[in-house]
Ligand binder design. Structure first.
Ligand code: ZN
Length: 97
């Protein structure tokens, strides 16, 4: 499955429902899922980690649908290595993206 196919699938499944909820309310759900990912990273078993990563991806894709952003196009920013220093592996002094 490509990132485009994944985002389209999430759109078919959730776009109407999430649009009714609203962009910022849906963003709050993403933040909640990121919090659950934090717990899984700290304490989780491998299957719990995959579950939380999938929830975060699904919410991120739904928000991108609502915001009119293509994740596949957005990912291109990182396709040629680090967007800041241009190297792969990154050679930036700090760890931020
Ligand atoms: Zn870099």
């Amino acid at each position: 499955m490509t990132l485009r196919e994944f985002q389209d699938s999430i759109g078919e499944t959730y776009l109407d429902k999430d649009s009714r909820r609203g962009l910022f309310e849906s963003y709050a759900w993403l933040v909640e899922e990121v919090g659950e990912l934090a717990g899984a990273l700290r304490h989780g078993k491998p299957e719990e980690l995959a579950h939380e990563f999938s929830d975060c991806l699904a919410w991120l894709a739904s928000l991108a649908n609502m915001a009119g952003v293509s994740l596949e196009e957005a990912a291109q920013r990182y396709a040629g290595g680090c967007p800041r220093c241009g190297a792969s592996p990154c050679e930036c002094e700090d760890a931020s993206h």
